[in-house]
Design a protein around this ligand. Structure first.
Ligand code: ASP
Length: 355
């Protein structure tokens, strides 16, 4: 359970509609008031349809939105078939799975995160403990693992047979100037073909009927990354941001582009200035496309990014939206009545395969 109860939230006056308080640097427009229909909402990336369902069940049963979103993404972290998150996630270049995650809780405006965490399949639970049981926001690598051990998390090998085989295939075929030979037969099993190089993450953000916002992002990050590489997911303001007066945002896709633009913070800031969640996500996609033009190796022949990046947003009124750099993205939404995948807005029509 979260330390911060609904009663505490109402007691602070913030949750009771103290709309005069607008955080410095955010939303000089009036803070948004809670959802008119007072219906809870849960929004997630396209791989999060089970997470939105689970989180909504918890919220409807009176649970806290942070408990809800974490329980939702735990389903995907535990799933060996999702090779972008938690157990079975694709490893780094050394064949070791390193996980990143962050959580943020609106009523207290507190956050916790872990990065490059090995051997623990639910980094989102560890991130939450960083928030609730330390005076820090982010723990990395060995320190994060020591902290998880101190809290009794079980260590396990996160590499599955499938993710090991995918890694070995990558390693053996990467170069003809090293000592690794590719397999004699070039018959790559179909199931490996689709995972040879992937991005992937789950973000899940929620609003309950009392106006409490919370969010989580969790990932195994970019496959075959350098050991110790940290993506956007555990960085507050990049892979996740929540402002209880305005809204929440999160992302999946190329973390490096997000880290250089603080995208989730921007999205929430744009919503605070009156943009709808979808407009805020699209405007952030535009900003990223403009900056990417400064780096030719990341652009296609028409100056468009050669990578994918996706944003999800939910405001205090219960409005939600998502946008991707390229068409074809979906996101999961439970609007309190139905749970379904929706098409995300996009900046560019897809013409070639992107990284
Ligand atoms: N954003 C993640 C990262 O860069 C990966 C992804 O979502 O594809 O670590």
């Amino acid at each position: 359970m979260s330390k911060f109860t609904r009663r505490d939230f109402l007691k602070t006056g913030v949750g009771a509609g103290a709309a005069a308080f607008v955080p410095v640097g955010l939303g000089r427009a009036a803070a948004l008031t809670a959802a008119a229909d007072a219906r809870p909402r849960v929004v997630s990336s396209g791989n999060g349809i089970r997470a939105t369902q689970k989180a909504m069940e918890i919220i409807k049963a009176g649970g806290d939105p942070l408990d809800a979103v974490i329980a939702g993404v735990n389903i995907v972290e535990d799933d060996p078939d999702d090779m972008s998150v938690g157990y079975g996630g694709l490893p780094n270049e050394d064949g070791v799975v390193e996980l990143d995650s962050s959580v943020m809780y609106g009523p207290t405006h507190t956050a916790g995160a872990v990065a490059a965490l090995r051997n623990i399949k639910n980094p989102s639970k560890v991130a939450r403990l960083v928030m609730e049981r330390t005076d820090h926001v982010l723990l990395v690598g060995e320190g994060a693992l020591k902290f998880a051990r101190a809290h009794g998390f079980k260590e396990e090998d996160l590499l599955t047979e499938k993710s090991r085989a995918a890694w070995l295939r990558w390693k053996e075929t990467m170069s003809d100037r090293d000592n690794w030979f590719p397999p004699k037969s070039d018959n790559v099993p179909e199931e490996l073909r689709s995972v040879m190089s992937t991005h992937g993450t789950i973000n899940c953000i929620a609003l309950d009927a009392a106006g409490i916002l919370a969010g989580v992002t969790t990932t195994s990050g970019l496959s075959w990354k350098l050991s110790g590489r940290v993506g956007d997911s555990p960085i507050i303001g990049a892979g996740l941001y929540v402002d209880n007066e305005i809204g929440a945002a999160g992302s999946t896709g190329r973390g490096e582009a997000n880290l250089q633009t603080c995208a989730s913070f921007r999205i929430v800031d744009f919503m605070g200035h009156g943009l709808s969640p979808e407009q805020a996500c699209l405007k952030t996609c535009e900003a990223i496309a403009v900056k990417t033009k400064l780096v030719p190796r990341l652009c296609d022949g028409e100056g468009r990014p050669k990578f994918g990046l996706n944003f999800y947003a939910l405001n205090k009124k219960g409005e939600f939206g998502a946008a991707c750099l390229y068409e074809g993205g979906t996101y999961a939404v439970h609007d309190g009545v139905e749970n379904k995948l929706r098409d995300a807005a996009y900046l560019f029509k897809r013409r070639e395969k992107i990284r």
